[in-house]
Design a protein. Sequence first.
Length: 230
Amino acid sequence: MNIKRRQFLAFGIFILMNSCTPPSVAPLTPTTIFAPTVTPIPSPTIAPAPIPPMLSASIQIPCRTGPGELYDLVLNLPPAQKYPIVAKAETYWLVKLPDQAECYVHNQQVRIVGDISTLSTEIPPPTPASALPAPPEHIGLLSVTCSIDRSTRPVKYVNEFRLEWTDASNNEDGFRIYRDGGLVAEVPANQTDVIDVVIAKSNHVHYYFVIAYNEVGISKSETRSFSCGK
């Protein structure tokens, strides 16, 4: 093989080898994928419903047509039972009864639950005109104790009468108790019993009556007789 033929053959092999070389491929660059930002929707805040104000008595207390003892008694509220509060009036609460009537209760000896911040202030009804108290009723004996003191001469009879009566008024300032026409005791309004000790030389019948009084005047009860017997 001559020189020219060998050169031609080598050139052909060079061309063939270059034509079979795969093209260079650029390396892949990783792509960062961003997740969409989701803003959470806050849950609506629901304010708790206010608790309606309620009143309950610790003991039995009077509920009246107005804020004070000069007003008529509607009823005595029993303890523990709850009543809706309608309004306030100085040191009293206006409450609603089961029959939808309304009356005033003093703020002592009561328990309040619920929200009272929105209660209105009630203008109380006019104070009723002063009047005589009703006379006490049903005078009787709760107990009687009869004894004889023999340490003296003559002996002394010591008799203890515990009287009771019914308070029929709501505007008395107090009560006066009389025995045989003479004053023996005086008690404040709403008290309905008293103890009278009688020391005498003999047992005999005693006559009692009770007077309710206020700034207007007095009202006398019936007269009742009591004795220890011999």
